[in-house]
Ligand binder design. Structure first.
Ligand SMILES: Cc1cc2nc3c(=O)[nH]c(=O)nc-3n(C[C@H](O)[C@H](O)[C@H](O)COP(=O)(O)O)c2cc1C
Length: 385
């Protein structure tokens, strides 16, 4: 995989990227990326669920050359992980969507473009080619829904992630306290934070203020000034089983329901005809009492059967975590914050650095475990401590 040799020696883990990103991003952008909801118990629960999983190696396998290639819905990816959809990415780092789309196409891993992205499917689709996935927050307005699906399909996105777990915007206290608003309000406090992040401020000046480029064509001038409100009014709380059936009928490509935590929801989604379910608690950003994704993964895997792909995200921070998720039952793993932390730390080369770190770590873990392929990883013996 490309990028493997570009590993910067002082940034060897996602924690290193996190520390550097925190120093370079303005406070309000950092708080938007890093925060969970409420008391952030779910954030911590996600991490500890990973830490509790041990993997038992088998040795004496002779010389091993791990192969990370993974095939999903007829497309070959270079690794069993990809970039989760993250709204407002250019707020975290200017042009982050373009940087991550380039990472995806150069490294051959998928990139999920959010409905609330700050770059359009038309621009991103040209970069990602067959590596682009589109994430849908289901619009109330059916003309808007049809138009969004048409735009995504025509721009080359062939996998659709429909997000189930945002019936309403959640309370994210750290975000509110940090004064996050779109477009940003210029107050003395914002100016202070911008002055402390000169590189971000300079590049934002060049790139222009982040705008909701997927959605702006559906909003009038007044709504453009209150875009967060617009997204809440138009996109939250619409999804139902009937609505999902309608999307299934409309979407010709692979369909994945994102944000599944209950095995009954998973089997019902299979009955509707989805091709995959994504076990996710939105990275601990929606319901603070939600279970860790690693906790519910085995039940969901059992509920959907062998023909439906099971993705997992929320709290993945290393190649070891990816191996753990695959051993416990996931077919594919997505990471949100880790990639944005990479871009926050390094800008243009940050996506590739993140891929390099994860690839290096996962390759090493596979050799430690005695696994030559991703399929062998799924057969590793695991225990919960
Ligand atoms: C800043 C931020 C914005 C996000 N925006 C979206 C979004 O627009 N649509 C969506 O389906 N999920 C969104 N997510 C959730 C991610 O797709 C993914 O589920 C989550 O980041 C996984 O957890 P992790 O960050 O610990 O890897 C967002 C997550 C973060 C951190």
């Amino acid at each position: 995989m490309e990028g493997h040799f570009s590993l910067k020696k002082h940034l060897l883990s996602i924690s290193d990227l996190k520390a550097q990103a925190r120093r370079r991003m303005p406070h309000f952008a950092w708080e938007y990326l890093d925060s969970g909801t409420a008391a952030e118990e779910c954030l911590a629960r996600n991490r500890s669920a990973f830490q509790q999983i041990t993997l038992t190696p088998k040795f004496l396998k002779g010389k091993l050359t791990p192969n990370l290639q993974t095939t999903l819905f007829g497309t070959e990816y270079a690794a069993p992980f990809g970039i989760a959809p993250v709204g407002l990415s250019s707020l975290m780092w200017p042009k982050a969507e373009v940087i991550l789309a380039q990472t995806a196409s150069q490294c051959r891993i998928p990139y999920g473009l959010s409905t609330v992205a700050t770059e359009s499917p038309e621009v991103v689709g040209k970069i990602t080619g067959d590596m682009g996935w589109f994430q849908l927050y289901s619009p109330r307005d059916l003309t808007m829904r049809q138009d969004l699906l048409d735009r995504a399909w025509n721009a080359g996105f062939k996998v659709l992630l429909v997000t189930a777990d945002v019936p309403i915007m959640s309370r994210r206290e750290r975000q509110i306290k940090a004064g996050l608003s779109v477009p940003p309000k210029i107050t003395p406090r914002t100016l202070y934070h911008l002055a402390r992040s000169p590189r971000w401020s300079f590049e934002t000046l060049l790139a222009g203020q982040p705008r909701f480029k997927v959605l702006e064509k559906y909003a009038n001038d007044q709504q453009m000034r209150q875009m967060l409100q617009f997204t809440n009014d138009n996109l939250s709380g619409t999804l139902s089983w009937d609505y999902l059936e309608e999307i299934r009928a409309l979407w010709k490509g692979a369909l994945v329901l994102k944000g599944v935590l209950h095995p009954e929801d998973a089997s019902r989604a299979v009955a509707v005809g989805v091709d995959g379910v994504q076990v996710s608690n939105h990275g601990g950003r929606q319901l603070d009492g939600a279970p860790a994704t690693m906790e519910v993964l085995p039940e969901i895997k059992a509920a959907v059967g062998a023909d439906t792909k099971v993705f997992l995200d929320s709290g993945v921070r290393s190649g070891l975590d990816i191996a753990r998720a695959l051993a416990v039952g996931a077919d594919f793993v997505l990471l949100g914050r880790a990639f944005l932390m990479g871009v926050g730390a390094l800008g243009r080369t940050g996506g590739k650095q993140t891929v390099s770190i994860l690839t290096d770590e996962l390759t090493n873990v596979m050799m430690q475990l005695g696994c030559a392929t991703v399929t062998e990883l799924s057969q590793v013996e695991w225990r919960k401590d």
